[in-house]
Each structure stands twice: as C-alpha cells, then as structure tokens.
Design a protein around this ligand. Structure first.
Ligand SMILES: *Cc1c(COP(=O)(O)O)cnc(C)c1O
Length: 405
C-alpha cells in the first residue's frame, strides 16, 4: 500500500473539494462483496447499513453485475423518445409481482415520490373533481421522503428545511400513527395520504398495530388515495415484498427505489392502477434516464435475485432471530430494541451520549452501521446475510455496549 493511499488522504480531499452535506464515518471503502466491505487500509468490515437498504441483494452481486455489464455492451440509453426492449419487460414483471396494472419508471427515490404526488394531484382534479390548485396531500410528522424542495416542504425536521424556503403549498401534517388526526385532517380537497409503513429515517418508528389498515379504510371512505412510500421498507427488507402486507393493505399507489437497482444503479418506480397512472399523457411528465435499458436490465435481475435467493424469507426469519438476540443485551443505555425483518433499531436514552459514539466503536470492531436521529442505531445488513454472520455481529455489539457502559 502506498503511503498516499490511506484514509486521511481521502478524508482530507473529500473535505476540501466535496460539499459537506453528509457526516460520514471515516472509513474509506474501496471494495465490497456480499455483506463485506474493505477499506483502503485493507481492513474488512461487515456492512450493517446496506447503503440505507439499497443493497439488499448484497454488494456487487455477481448476477446483477453480469446483467449490468451485458446490457452495458448492448444499449444503455435511448431516452423515451424511442422504445427499448428492457423497459416493457421490467414493467410487466413488476406488475406481475405486485398485482398493480401500471408502472412509471424514474431514477432516484425522491423523483418517484414527486411523481406519485403529481399523479395524486392529477387524479384529484380529473377524477375526484377537486377545484383547480386546491388539492391537498396529508403527510406524517417525522416523515422522510427525500430532499427536493417540494418534499422538504412537508418535512417536520428543521435541519432538512432551514434556509431552503419558500416551500411548496398543499401539504398538511398529522402525527404518525394517529388515526383520529388523519380522519380530522381530511377535507373534500384531500387528494392523498402519503405514509411510510415504518418510518426508517425517523428512527425505525413502527406505527401501532392496525394503523395502516384503518388509515386505508378511512382513505377509501373519503375517496382519498393511500400512497405508501416503500422505498426503504420494500423489496424484502422487512420480511415481505412490501411492508404494507403485514396489515393486508393494498395501497392505491406504491413508491419503490433503493434495492430495485440492486446497489448497482439508481432505479425507482411508481406502481398503481390505470385509474391513476393512466392519467399521464405524453408531455405531462418525464425523465431522460427513467426507464433506460441499463436501469431496467439491472432492476429485472435485482428482482429475480430477491425472489430466487429467498431473501424475503431470510429477512423475516433472521430478522426475528436477531431482534430477540439483541433484546437480551443488558445495558443501562438501551431504551428499546425494535424492528421488523432486517430493519432494526436500538433506541438509546439521551444519557447514552448519542448513537454516534456507539457506531464509531462498532466500526473499530469491524461492523459498519449508522446512527439515525441522534439516539437510534440502525441495523440493516444485506438480506443475503447468514445466521453465523449475525452471531459474529452480535458478539461485537454486546462487547461495545459493555465497553461503553
Ligand atoms: C431513501 C428514501 C427516499 C429518497 O430516496 P433517494 O433515492 O435518496 O432520493 C424516500 N423515501 C424513503 C422512505 C427513503 O428511505
């Protein structure tokens, strides 16, 4: 290893030339495979974050990389001015998989959320008869749906909004998990209710049992679209294709992203029926890269890997196993351990001094995870993980809690 190729070199360069819109741990990753990543010093770590659930299939999955390379050699981008032979196949496969009638492809998660909001407004004007420019969308406190100006317009996190106004009107906020508040907030102009089935970024907040089901019923009764943001919870992370399945809820609109691209490519999509997505007409919405053949080939293989490697069952089973194991850790810092599938959070008491120092200590032990919202440590390994690797991680976690006691 050359002397320049060390961690400090890259950290310093990033800090000088890169905008500081993140606060990463100082580990410079140069290589990854499956559940493991390696830094420039040659240290090996278990990835317990999975790029915020964008690599559910594991890093550099050979099948997904192969699909990427093979498609890259054929055709990568046509724009939707022309058709390509991958997008129709992905659209059909997604519909077959989820039971929806139509798909609209985008790239980032935020773009797909924006697309769902546009669809909901369009539906409100054309189908529900809401007067022009009066459509309202109900959102939840502590939500995370992305970083565009419209999306942060309905964020309740001051850090996400500070100095970014003026904001987009037409959004109403209700407390998450509060059915009565939702019911009260609905007006004749309500187009949609936008919700995360589990609030991951907010600190793995699981709503009360029955909340999603009742929210869906209320939406139906009031002719309001139920939009589920499953960008992080979907595609197997919580032990189901979609987290809403736990309450047998079929959202009117579903937004997916992250692992749809298997960690290799940014691919997102909005799923719904003709009643909603059928309202788009040529020119009403678009994306130069959305639905490109490279993205679609990667997404098709990413979905097949989830299915054929039984990653969803693995997430459900090992998630339960690991959650119960974590609950046995005795520490005066731990307020609660909660999660579904392999999306697990350890909430610490404020006296613990923040989750960050635990993540720093875990990094030293070879386990990469990240604090979310100051007091929660999030555990979300790739879904290809095995029981023995979780046992290894558990030992490290237990050790760190003992040392930082
Ligand atoms: C990550 C995420 C987004 C935003 O996705 P980007 O690809 O970062 O734009 C939106 N909603 C949820 C729930 C997410 O976890």
């Amino acid at each position: 290893m050359t002397t320049a190729m060390n961690t400090k070199f890259f950290v310093d360069m990033e800090d000088i030339y890169g905008a500081h819109n993140y606060h990463p741990l100082d580990v410079v990753i140069t290589k990854a495979k499956g559940i493991w990543v390696w830094d420039v010093e040659g240290n090996k770590y278990l990835d317990f974050l999975s790029a915020y659930s964008a690599v559910n299939q594991g890093h550099c999955h050979p099948r997904i990389v192969k699909a990427l390379i093979e498609q890259a050699k054929k055709v990568t981008l046509t724009s939707r001015a022309f058709r390509n032979d991958q997008w129709p196949l992905l659209a059909k496969e997604l519909c077959d998989l989820t039971g929806y009638q139509m798909v609209l492809p985008m790239n980032s998660g935020a773009e797909a959320v924006e697309t769902a909001l546009k669809a909901a407004r369009m539906w409100a004007y054309q189908k529900k008869g809401v007067p022009e420019d009066q459509a309202e969308v109900i959102t939840c406190a502590n939500n995370f749906h992305g970083r565009t100006i419209t999306i942060i317009s309905f964020s309740t996190e001051p850090l996400y909004r500070r100095d970014f106004g003026p904001f987009t009107p037409g959004f109403i906020s209700v407390p998450y998990g509060d059915i009565e508040a939702l019911e009260k907030a609905i007006t004749p102009n309500t187009a949609a209710f936008l919700v995360e089935p589990i609030q991951a970024e907010a600190g793995i907040i699981i709503p009360p049992e029955g909340y999603l089901r009742r929210a869906k019923e209320i939406c139906e009764k009031n002719n309001v679209l139920f939009i589920a943001d499953e960008i992080q919870t979907g595609l197997g992370r919580v032990g189901r294709w979609l987290a809403c399945e736990y309450e047998e809820v079929r959202p009117d609109v579903v937004v997916i992203g992250k692992s749809l691209g298997g960690g290799c490519y940014a691919v997102s999509a909005v799923l719904s029926d003709r009643e909603v997505l059928g309202l788009f007409t040529p020119g009403s919405h678009g994306s130069t890269f959305g639905g490109n053949p490279l993205a679609c080939a990667v997404a098709r293989e990413s979905l097949r890997v989830i299915q054929e490697e039984n990653l969803i069952d693995n997430a459900a089973q090992l998630g339960n196993y690991f959650l119960e194991k974590l609950k046995t850790i005795k520490s005066r810092w731990i307020k609660e351990v909660r999660g579904k599938g392999l999306l697990i959070g350890i909430e610490l008491y404020p006296e613990a001094g923040g989750a960050r120092r635990f993540c720093e200590a875990l990094k030293e032990e070879g386990l990469l995870c990240k604090e979310t919202h100051e007091h929660v440590i999030r555990f979300a390994p790739p879904l290809v993980i095995k029981e023995k690797d979780l046992n290894w991680a558990f030992k490290k976690i237990k050790k760190v809690f003992k040392e930082l006691d």
